[in-house]
Design a protein around this ligand. Structure first.
Ligand SMILES: [Zn+2]
Length: 126
C-alpha cells in the first residue's frame, strides 16, 4: 500500500468502508433483534477497529507526496539518511494498523535509528 491518495480518494474509501460497517450492523441486528448492549458492542467493536485502522493507515501511508521534514539524529543532531521503508504493525487504541514508515540511520554511525512517523506499539485493545 504505497500508492498515494488524494484527500477525496481517502474520503471516498473511508465512507465506503463506513457504509459497509453500517450495513453489516443493520443486517446483524435484524438477525439478532434481542441482542444485549454488550453483544452489540462485541459485534461492532472489531469492525470499528478495522475501519479506524484502515483510516489511520491511509492517513499515515497514503498522503500526498511531498518533501518531508528532515529527520535529525537524536544523538548528534545530524540529518539522518533515508534507508527505505519498513512495514510495522501498530496496535493502537483505535485500530491495528500496518504502517509503512521511513527508516533512517545516522551518517555518523550513531547507534540510534529513527522511524517516521514515530510511534510506539501499544498493547492496548480497548
Ligand atoms: Zn548521529
Amino acid at each position: 500500500m504505497s500508492k498515494k491518495m488524494t484527500r477525496s480518494e481517502r474520503k471516498a474509501a473511508f465512507l465506503k468502508e463506513a457504509e459497509h460497517l453500517f450495513d453489516n450492523m443493520e443486517t446483524w441486528y435484524e438477525q439478532n433483534p434481542t441482542a444485549t448492549f454488550e453483544e452489540i458492542e462485541g459485534q461492532l467493536r472489531p469492525q470499528r477497529r478495522a475501519l479506524m485502522g484502515e483510516g489511520i493507515k491511509r492517513w499515515v501511508n497514503g498522503g500526498e507526496e511531498g518533501e518531508a521534514e528532515p529527520v535529525l539524529c537524536p544523538e548528534c543532531g545530524t540529518k539522518m539518511r533515508y534507508k527505505g521503508t519498513v512495514a510495522k504493525t501498530i496496535i493502537g487504541l483505535e485500530g491495528d494498523t500496518t504502517l509503512e514508515r521511513g527508516y533512517y540511520t545516522c551518517p555518523n554511525s550513531c547507534e540510534g535509528t529513527a522511524f517516521f512517523p514515530s510511534g510506539q506499539e501499544v498493547a492496548t485493545t480497548t
